[in-house]
Write a protein that binds this ligand. Sequence first.
Ligand code: NDP
Ligand code: A1CAB
Length: 279
Amino acid sequence: MNVHYAGPLEIGGPALLIGAGKMGGALLDGWLARGLEPSRVFVIDPALPEPALAKLKERGVRLAPQPGELENPAAIVVAVKPQLAQAALPAAAKFAGPATVVVSIMAGTTLSTIRAGLSEDAAIVRAMPNTPAAVGRGVTGAFAGPGVDDRRRACAEALLKAVGDVVWVAEEGLIDAVTGVSGSGPAYVFLLVETMARAGVAQGLPPDVALTLARKTVEGAGELMRRSSEPPEILRKNVTSPNGTTAAALDVLMATDGLDPLMGRAIAAAVKRAKELAG
Ligand SMILES: NC(=O)C1=CN([C@@H]2O[C@H](COP(=O)(O)OP(=O)(O)OC[C@H]3O[C@@H](n4cnc5c(N)ncnc54)[C@H](OP(=O)(O)O)[C@@H]3O)[C@@H](O)[C@H]2O)C=CC1
Ligand SMILES: O=C(O)[C@@H]1CCC=N1
């Protein structure tokens, strides 16, 4: 799946971002990079540090809108921590209009919680992006709640596609599984690099050499997978000579107590935590 753009990003009305931290900021960067008109982008984030505020002003983004200044936005993206949803949703409620789609990227926070903070008939998309969005290479899983018509869905999708691919899921509960696999997933990959580097040091490599080898291996394998039409299983088999070194390592990783059950437990823990965050 590749992202194609025929022209500048246009969503048919202004956009309001509530929370311009790591993920909200990455989304905002993607929108501006894709040509969304900065004067039609509003940001609410009360405690942004001065350099970040200055950068937003310099780019022409509008901060802390007052009622009257922003009416019936096409989209409101809520990107605060789940624990701060109750503090942030009143701002979304204040600005949402009849044409608005509210896109929440808050892990765990359910449609029913968001609706309670907005209105019962609010059109809400729950979305779960990931941090490679910062380089336009994210993947987002999204679920469209009741009242999200084709126009609103297209608007949400356009904003999310500005930072990578979008996959829609058919049930709200699956967003927790998306969170466990791809929302949190980049951290597992970075940990893999750290772990490989530590194992390399244990085998006698200097730490900087081990880290370079581990990091470049994951970067290169990711790029190979991206460019190849082969599934990961074939790419793995391409590395594995019969009775060779890779086979010896995979015997450990693919043992009954190897990576499968470990990753299964890790992702199940992430999904469980997402459900706990729902309250
Ligand atoms: N990081 C990730 O990999 C991913 C995160 N998410 C979700 O994205 C959301 C944000 O996460 P992340 O970007 O990491 O967090 P950050 O803390 O980096 O960003 C949240 C931002 O919202 C600001 N904020 C706090 N309260 C309010 C408020 N009432 N109104 C407006 N802005 C407010 C915060 O300010 P301050 O720092 O001053 O509190 C901060 O700048 C979370 O719900 C998370 O579940 C989803 C996918 C991936
Ligand atoms: O760790 C978290 O809760 C968030 C959601 C997915 C990635 N970061």
